[in-house]
Design a protein around this ligand. Structure first.
Ligand code: NAD
Length: 499
């Protein structure tokens, strides 16, 4: 059985814990890799080495640091297929979707190529009599990145690129369920010229995370994952005096107004609810049509599209719309939630339970599932299912739909489909959700904006990537400076008449 431990100072090393996590190929159900989970001592050692390396890295001028990321971007492009395969093999998403995962991370690397501009300070000449004030942005030191299973390239890149180009060193702990891509990316970053020790990648579970949270050298923690863990990490990091930004789970609603183009809305729903088997934090999992007629027509349009979806292994190529879910436990949990929806009275329109693919009987597949007449008290509404399940909640008016979204605990993304600019504008202005799409289902902001939810979808006050990331990964130092008249008074250099 293949094993993967840690990547320290640009080299693979063997772990010592003797504790392992299993990495499956979700398409076949086969165990394909064992990752060794780091001990507290191993984490502390990785951090100490990173701290040593960071001192010199912080002194490298920003333009030279950015050049490493220019080369890194080129290497990611050159290795796109190899990286995508590593993602699909461990996550199960289709190869085009895996390339999208890399692409959306690469775009953040591209922004980091312009880091010198983003790291510039501020200067006020003559802020007082002979007084100047300037503010500079300095790196924090060693920071930690802790990432989830569902975007094995994108989210590690969202963490490592801004942190490192800003002059920090990073200890990255990728998901123990989809770790390989982060290690391949680290190899490429070293190939691009990163000095030894500036990025360390460790495998681990709660023990390793707690070691990072308790390590006094770690200055900041960037986390992405589920809400309970995000909240836990935010609390423990803050108690230990660290900066933290912790992005959590989601329950994203799409409001469909009676005047919306329902064909386009239905296509958008199918893509955003079932793509990547629904394992996206920006997946739409709740459709909220306004008016009974809109709801009836929407179900009519959705049903044949959903029934036509092809579920299968990534190796089947373009024939497959989405792949398996991440583990057998995830499949059981999702099917359990579908059972609860039926028991609690929702109308099961398409049933994804018990999907058995010939030749892939041990894979973790769940068919596309559509529920109608879902109500907010049901478990399928209250919980983040993180699977290929779309729930339709009917509402009578626009205000009812807006209130439903506002009252939900999560606030990551939302969308409205309508032909009316005034309604769209009102929705975007009033809704208490961090990222809003207007006739656009997955409004993940481009890399020169910033990504972040509201409510229980994010803990901390700055978003990830874009301008916010440069604020998060640097601290401001402000200097007030006065120079007394001195040496220049002792000399007369003016050209004067001789008399
Ligand atoms: P998860 O919370 O189980 O794990 C995330 C990370 O935390 C992993 O590295 C894991 O090893 C670590 N971890 C797990 N349990 C821990 C514990 N008890 N103590 C300390 N660390 C622990 O999340 P996941 O299942 O890998 O990812 C799916 C979740 O991530 C979903 O809820 C999804 O919505 C969310 N997500 C959010 C965003 C966002 O930007 N808001 C993006 C992607 C995914």
């Amino acid at each position: 059985m293949q094993q993967l431990s840690h990547y320290i100072d640009g080299e693979y090393i063997d772990g010592t814990s003797g504790r392992f996590a299993d990495v499956f190929n979700p398409a076949t159900g086969e165990l394909q890799l064992k990752v060794q989970l780091a001990t507290r001592d191993e984490v502390d050692e990785a951090v100490a080495r990173a701290a040593e390396a960071q001192k010199a890295w912080a002194k490298v001028n920003p333009q030279r640091r950015a050049r490493v990321f220019m080369k890194f971007g080129q290497l990611i492009n050159d290795n796109m297929d190899r990286l995508a395969e590593s993602i699909s093999r461990e996550h199960g998403k289709t190869l085009p979707d895996a390339r999208g995962d890399i692409q959306r991370g690469l775009e953040v690397v591209e922004v980091c190529m312009g880091a010198p501009s983003l790291l510039k300070g501020e200067y006020t000449d003559n802020a007082g009599p002979d007084i100047d004030i300037y503010a500079m942005r300095q790196p924090l030191g060693v920071v930690a990145g802790i990432t989830p299973f569902n975007f094995p390239a994108m989210i590690p890149l969202w963490k490592m690129a801004p942190a490192i180009v800003a002059g920090n060193a990073m200890v990255l702990k990728p998901s123990e369920r989809t770790p390989t891509c982060a290690f391949l990316l680290a190899e490429l970053l070293y190939e691009a010229g990163l000095p030894k020790g500036v990025l360390q990648v460790i495998n681990g579970d709660k023990d390793a995370v707690d070691a990072l949270l308790d390590n006094n050298t770690i200055q900041a923690v960037g986390f992405v994952g589920s809400t309970p863990i995000a909240q836990y990490i935010y609390g423990r990091a803050a108690t230990n005096g660290k900066r933290a930004q912790c992005f959590g789970g989601a329950k994203n609603h799409m409001v469909i107004m009676p005047d919306a183009d329902l064909d386009k809305a239905a296509d958008a729903l199918v893509g955003s609810s079932f793509g990547a088997a629904g394992e996206r934090c920006m997946a739409i999992s709740v459709a909220v049509p306004v008016g009974q007629e809109t709801a009836d027509r929407l179900v009519e349009k959705l049903t044949p599209k959903i029934e036509a979806l092809k579920v299968g292994p990534y190796t089947a190529g373009d024939d497959v719309d989405y792949g398996p879910v991440i583990t057998a436990a995830a499949k059981d949990r999702i099917e359990g939630l579908i059972n609860s929806g039926v028991e609690q009275g929702a109308t099961l329109v398409t049933d994804g339970r018990g999907l058995n693919l010939q030749g892939y009987e041990d894979g973790f597949y769940v068919g596309p599932t559509l529920f109608d007449n879902v109500t907010p008290d049901m478990d399928i509404y209250q919980q983040e299912i993180f699977g290929p399940v779309l729930s339709q909640v009917r509402t009578d008016t626009y205000e009812d739909a807006l209130n439903l979204v506002m009252e939900n605990d999560y606030g990551n993304g939302t969308a409205i489909f309508t032909a009316d600019g005034d309604t769209a504008r009102d929705y975007a202005s009033r809704v208490n959700v961090g990222m809003v799409g207007v006739n656009f289902p997955i409004p993940v902001p481009l890399s020169y904006y910033s990504f972040g939810g509201w409510k229980k979808s994010a803990f901390g006050d700055l978003n990830q990537y874009g301008p916010d990331a440069f604020k998060f990964y640097t601290k401001t130092k402000t200097v007030t400076s006065r120079w007394f008249s001195g040496i220049k008074d002792g000399h007369e250099l003016n050209f004067k008449a001789m008399d």
